[in-house]
Design a protein around this ligand. Structure first.
Ligand SMILES: Nc1ncnc2c1ncn2[C@@H]1O[C@H](COP(=O)(O)OP(=O)(O)OP(=O)(O)O)[C@@H](O)[C@H]1O
Length: 311
């Protein structure tokens, strides 16, 4: 039985300039779960993470971690959290090893060089341990940020766009680290613009738009709903009306009226394509070409946000 570890209740944030970045957000995160937060730029993801981590003060609402309040019991809650921020703020002359060890000390934890060695090795940073941060490439700096966040063995890890602009190897290393943490029961919340990243590692997906959570759903459920494909049947002649015999297929006519569009569920046992093509033939319509398109998670996500903005 997993327990609720993070409880966000009616959280709102209005910045000093009057901008409302979060509007009455409520969300519960279970211990050991991996939650991906998706949302367009400016949706409020970083604001939400920053509040939970005690960097930004909420305007109203509460957040508790293991029943500790993030404001009243700040030290308790912050020590449970590791945060990998979005920006690279590592312009120091310190070495990689010292930086990561020092970070652990900030949380009042006793030195544990074997732990630091393990995370540096996991993140392919071990051979760079004596290099100064300023000498590192952007990708390496990002690895150091992850190592710092893990230095005090947090129970919860926040990854804010951890792989934005990084190479495939870092992404792979990071996913391996995440998998390792998952096995240890660490709760992970990540924001990403790469939907395939959410697909690869998350248990649950939350979509944030304009400061509100518009969807929170188990990833598999979401993918099931998203598993649609579009078949475009190009015709030899213009079509203005769907023949009565084809009504059961819920077809659409394309804008230029030269194609019929059939949307079907990829996961369904029968897609209905064979029957449809036979029925089209029976109505006497002449085909010119066929094309299929998979509706990507990205597309569904964009549609979701668009739909929400139109309401
Ligand atoms: N200190 C601040 N003062 C005023 N507005 C702010 C401040 N910080 C953030 N904002 C605004 O709040 C909104 C939400 O920003 P936030 O960084 O939380 O979004 P995000 O979802 O993380 O976006 P991104 O994907 O671009 O990182 C944005 O419109 C941003 O300009």
């Amino acid at each position: 039985m997993s327990e609720i570890q993070i409880s966000i209740n009616n959280l709102s944030k209005v910045y000093d300039n009057g901008f409302k970045a979060l509007n009455n957000v409520s969300l519960k995160v279970k211990q050991g779960e991996i939650l991906a937060m998706l949302g367009p730029n400016g949706a409020g993801k970083t604001s939400l993470i920053s509040i939970i981590c005690g960097i930004v003060k909420p305007t109203s609402g509460t957040v508790t971690i293991d029943n500790y309040d993030i404001i009243k019991d700040y030290r308790e809650t912050r020590s449970r959290i590791g945060l990998v921020p979005q920006e690279l703020n590592l312009e120091s002359f310190e070495t990689v090893f010292d930086t990561v060890s020092y970070s652990r000390g900030l949380y009042g934890k006793a030195p544990k060089p074997e732990h630091i060695e393990k995370i540096l090795k996991d993140l392919s940073l071990w051979d760079k341990k004596d290099q100064r941060l300023r000498q590192l490439s952007g990708g390496m700096k990002r690895r150091v940020l992850i190592a710092k966040a893990l230095s005090h063995e947090p129970k919860i890890l926040f990854l804010d766009e951890p792989t934005a602009g990084v190479d495939v190897e870092l992404r792979r290393d990071m996913w391996m680290v995440v998998d390792d943490l998952r096995k240890k029961g660490v709760t992970i919340i990540l924001t990403t613009h790469y939907i395939e990243e959410a697909e690869a590692i998350a248990d649950r997906v939350a979509v944030i738009n304009q400061g509100e959570i518009i969807v929170v759903e188990d990833k598999k459920e979401l993918i099931k709903k998203m598993g649609h494909k579009k078949l475009t049947i190009e015709l030899q002649k213009k079509i203005t009306e769907i023949p009565e015999d084809l009504s059961k297929y819920n077809l659409e006519i394309s804008e230029e009226q030269m194609s019929l569009i059939y949307t079907y569920n990829v996961q369904a046992e029968k897609t209905g394509i064979t029957d449809l093509l036979q029925d089209i033939k029976d109505t006497g319509l002449k085909l010119k070409d066929l094309k299929t398109e998979q509706s990507t998670l990205e597309k569904i996500f964009v549609d979701l946000v668009k739909e929400n903005n139109e309401i």
